[in-house]
Design a protein around this ligand. Structure first.
Ligand code: KIV
Ligand code: ZN
Length: 506
């Protein structure tokens, strides 16, 4: 069976999704998990787009060694030099150059002729080749470009040294049969195509990203670009887990394989959702909460008798925890450590100790601690590791009489305890105003959602917020059995990210 190269662009195109920005530590954490998942290529960022992205790519290059690390660049000398610089220490570096190809982009955006674009593509691939052997080229908006012109560009860039040619359906316009024909046409009409891998990169504007990607594999493409949970620009990119599981489940049809360790899919999906703040819809294929739940009696009966009656995949194959074991307040360090290992966590001793005390505190309030509770609790602990200000305590008074009031104590970066109080229209408003009085950084709250992690009135509440400052959105998350405390933690998380970003920008 031939192998498909899985090129993950969660950290680049995925992060381009509105409101999905990640800091360097978060990108590194996702990159580590992508390495465990077994992706072949990680597109780590777009170094010329910001100093933060440049640093993130360099950090990933230093820490992640198994997959190829790829940096994106426009077909501009400065972009290529920045990308080349960012990946120069990678064990297996790749430079990905892209340039618009469609007449729509050439006429309205770039104001250049086809001949000029052809020349830019050729010379910028040659420039990239001075930094690395592994060069990928993408003619942007390929699905709206005349195929004959795509063939010409591809021939030119392969002659200039491109080793992968990627065909993007940038605006999610393609239909599977038509996109497949384009891929087939490339094999037939580009004379030097055997010197390059043909890749596809599909967006989901018509909900066809996965279908277009799979059709392209059927027609000979051997690299597919995708993101975890399908996050990305607008309606997103093709979803990695859907493509990989389609190839695996229907190997009779595709006769292909991948290097993906599918048992890491669920964990990767949870991590990306947690760090980007994009929830996974319950009916999302493969990783949604309902993906393996059977509600109808007939289906339940069938699955009990023989899972294959209504299940085409075993949930264990994608790493969905069996969830049979619940922990409680009598569970000790050993049981907790074992459960963490089963869930795929390996914490340092210091972080384990912090997590264990948080677990004990939770088990005092909540009778049965589930896997989802543990995931939420670990995520909460990890969020507080590199804080600027730390939430020490809050006290609120609220109700349908009187004015909601909050007092807050924060620990400042120099270790000083800073206290303040405020009134608000409700308890969350009062808490946020008290925090603002201490931190003193103006920000606009643009989104606030609260949901419970599990069923039951003693459940942990998770709060997700987004705040905006100087046109940039920062996401914050917080979890606690008290939703006002969770709201305060989420606000502190967003403010800490804002402060860290401002510090980094100087
Ligand atoms: O969608 C697109 O065209 C891209 C390119 C940079 C490959 O993301
Ligand atoms: Zn894209």
């Amino acid at each position: 069976m031939e192998r498909v190269i899985i090129f993950d662009t969660t950290l680049r195109d995925g992060e381009q999704a509105a409101g999905g920005s990640l800091n360097i530590q978060e990108k590194l954490e996702i990159a580590r998990q992508l390495e465990k998942l077994g992706v072949d290529v990680i597109e780590a960022g777009f170094p010329a787009s910001s100093p933060g992205d440049f640093e993130a790519v360099r950090t990933i290059v230093k820490e992640i060694h198994t997959p190829t690390i790829c940096a994106l660049a426009r077909a501009h000398p400065n972009d290529i030099d920045r990308a080349g610089e960012a990946i120069k220490e990678a064990k297996q570096p790749r430079l990905h150059v892209f340039l618009s190809a469609s007449d729509i982009h050439l006429v309205y955006q770039l104001k250049k002729s086809r001949q000029e674009i052809l020349e830019m593509a050729r010379s910028m691939v040659a420039r990239a080749k001075k930094y690395v052997d592994d060069v990928e080229f993408s003619p942007m908006d390929a699905s709206r470009t005349e195929p004959e012109y795509i063939y010409q560009i591809l021939e030119a860039v392969i002659d200039a040294g491109a080793t992968t040619v990627n065909i993007p359906d940038t605006v999610g316009y393609a239909i599977p049969n038509e996109f497949g024909s384009l891929i087939e046409g490339i094999f037939k009409n580009v004379p030097n195509i055997s010197r390059a891998i043909v890749s596809v990169h599909c967006h989901n504007d018509l909900g066809l990203a996965v279908a277009n990607s799979l059709e392209s594999l059927k027609r000979g493409a051997r690299q597919v670009e995708c993101t975890i949970n399908g996050i990305g620009e607008r309606a997103g990119n093709a979803s990695l887990e859907e493509i990989v599981m389609a190839i695996k489940t229907r190997k009779d049809f595709f006769n292909l394989t991948t290097n993906i360790n599918t048992t890491q899919i669920y964990k990767t999906s949870r991590l990306v959702s947690e760090l980007t703040g994009f929830p996974v819809q319950p009916n999302k294929a493969i990783v949604g909460a309902n993906a393996f739940r059977h509600e109808s009696g007939i289906h339940q009966d069938g699955v009990i008798k023989m899972p294959i009656t209504f299940e085409i995949m075993d949930p264990k194959t994608v790493g969905i925890p069996a969830s049979s074991l619940m922990l409680g307040k009598l569970s000790g360090r050993h049981a907790f450590r074992e459960r963490l290992a089963e869930l795929g966590y390996s914490l340092t001793e210091e972080n384990f100790n912090r997590a264990f005390s948080a677990f004990k505190e939770l088990a005092d309030k909540k009778k049965r601690v589930t896997d989802r509770d543990i995931e939420s609790l670990i995520a909460e602990e990890q969020r507080t590791i590199s804080e600027v200000y730390h939430l020490d305590r809050i006290q609120v008074s609220c109700g349908d009489r009187g004015i909601p009031t909050a007092s807050v104590i924060l620990i400042a970066p120099d270790g000083q305890a800073l206290a303040d109080a405020a009134l608000g229209t409700g308890p969350v408003d009062a808490v946020y105003k008290a925090i603002n009085r201490i931190v003193g950084v103006p920000a606009l709250l643009t989104e606030f959602t609260v949901k419970s992690v599990t069923e039951g009135i003693d459940a942990i509440g998770e709060v997700l917020i987004r705040i905006e400052s100087d046109g940039i959105t920062y996401t914050g998350r917080g979890a606690d059995t008290d939703i006002i405390v969770a709201s305060a933690k989420a606000y502190m998380n967003a403010l800490n990210r804002l402060l860290a970003a401002k510090k980094m920008a100087g």
